[in-house]
Design a protein around this ligand. Structure first.
Ligand SMILES: Cc1cc2nc3c(=O)[nH]c(=O)nc-3n(C[C@H](O)[C@H](O)[C@H](O)COP(=O)(O)O)c2cc1C
Length: 335
């Protein structure tokens, strides 16, 4: 009997496909659909401190826009406050109550104290885990890598020490020495790494010569970066690894598991193929495992990791040495 059960951040999941944070996980109707489709767990769309700040600022502005005209406006709404993260927390509680699979909250904060305060509030909703969404893109010329990393490491360490649920960190791929940084986070008690975040990339509409804000979905080869790091990290850290970014087929799912990922997170594929891709991939994964005589995911997970690979240099090569040595194999043929 083939069994897809595995563990992520110490949480039991019935299979290795997790629905990543996105607008799809921001409504109860699609959350129910994802559960029905068979995902192993769901990461709810992130709570962004920046958004709360903006909404709160906008509300204050709206409430007080006529203050100069009417003095009494100052006393009509003297106590009104923005609800802050309450709506989000209410909906996390609801997602947890109305589903029977693990629910993971996601948080992106700016201020140190907010990371801790919101993390504690999220824990109180009953969610099974917390993902810290690090998407800061340093665009300053005068902030060095050490400063950025220390800030993030301190925030993570404090959150880990403030809550009792497992904490994962979703990283961007842009670190000078990712393995060193990941190891430090691992030592701080992080239970999972989501590798990697899909950052919004700017684009330009060439006819209108304007900014282009179209959806930035991943492509079918993007999973290779996650594969590399899943392979390098397998067996080297205590935390689990979740491959993310470009896992959009059974083939890429199997490849990242063979490299050493514990689970995968998918978003783009859910948008481009719809939710039916989940049962399709789970069925095909079972079939492949059956053909190979694997009874459980553990039987093959990490089989081709850096540590277990007969040619580990596949993970450490950064250039096309093979193409340079054997150019004849890489000639384009065409009519
Ligand atoms: C439309 C969209 C919305 C997203 N929203 C969030 C979010 O709220 N929080 C977050 O951490 N990641 C967010 N992401 C990133 C995804 O969770 C995921 O890490 C990423 O898309 C990589 O996986 P993929 O190749 O399957 O899309 C979003 C991605 C997309 C495409």
């Amino acid at each position: 009997m083939t069994d897809l059960k595995t563990k992520y951040m110490g949480i039991d999941v019935k299979n290795p496909i997790i629905a990543g944070a996105s607008s799809l996980t921001s409504h109860m109707s699609s959350i129910h659909k994802l559960e029905d489709a068979g995902v192993g767990a769901i990461v709810i769309k992130s709570l962004f401190e920046e958004q709360i700040q903006l909404e709160s600022y906008k509300m204050k502005e709206d409430l007080h826009k006529d203050d100069d005209l009417y003095g009494e406006m100052l006393t009509i709404f003297p106590e009104l406050e923005h609800s802050g993260p309450d709506d989000h927390l209410h909906w996390l509680r609801k997602a947890k109550e109305e589903t029977s699979i693990p629910i993971i909250a996601s948080l992106n904060a700016i201020n140190r104290q907010t990371w801790i305060d919101y993390a504690k509030k999220m824990e109180e909703t009953g969610v099974d885990g917390l993902e810290l969404n690090f998407y800061r893109l340093p665009v300053e010329f005068d902030v060095d890598a050490r400063t950025v990393e220390k800030e993030q490491l301190d925030a993570v360490t404090e959150v880990v020490q403030s809550v009792n649920i497992p904490v994962s960190v979703k990283l961007s791929p842009y670190y000078s020495s990712p393995l060193y940084f990941i190891k430090q986070l691992d030592n701080s008690g992080v239970k999972g790494f989501v590798l990697f975040n899909r950052l919004f990339q700017p684009s330009i509409h060439i006819d209108r010569e304007e900014n282009d804000y179209s959806l930035n979905l991943s492509n079918s080869n993007d999973y290779r970066l996650a594969l590399r790091f899943a392979g390098l990290l397998h067996g080297q850290i205590d935390a689990s690894v979740c491959a993310s970014n470009g896992v959009n087929s059974t083939e890429s799912l199997i490849k990242v598991l063979l490299a050493g990922a514990d689970v995968v997170q998918m978003v783009s594929a859910l948008y481009s193929h719809s939710i039916v891709i989940v049962p399709k991939m789970l069925g095909e994964l079972k079939e492949w495992m059956g053909d190979k005589n694997y009874k459980s995911v553990k039987d093959f997970q990490g089989k081709l990791s850096y540590a277990n690979n007969s040619k580990p240099e596949i993970y450490t090569r950064a250039q096309y040495a093979r193409a340079l040595l054997h150019p004849e194999k890489y000639i384009l043929t065409g009519e």
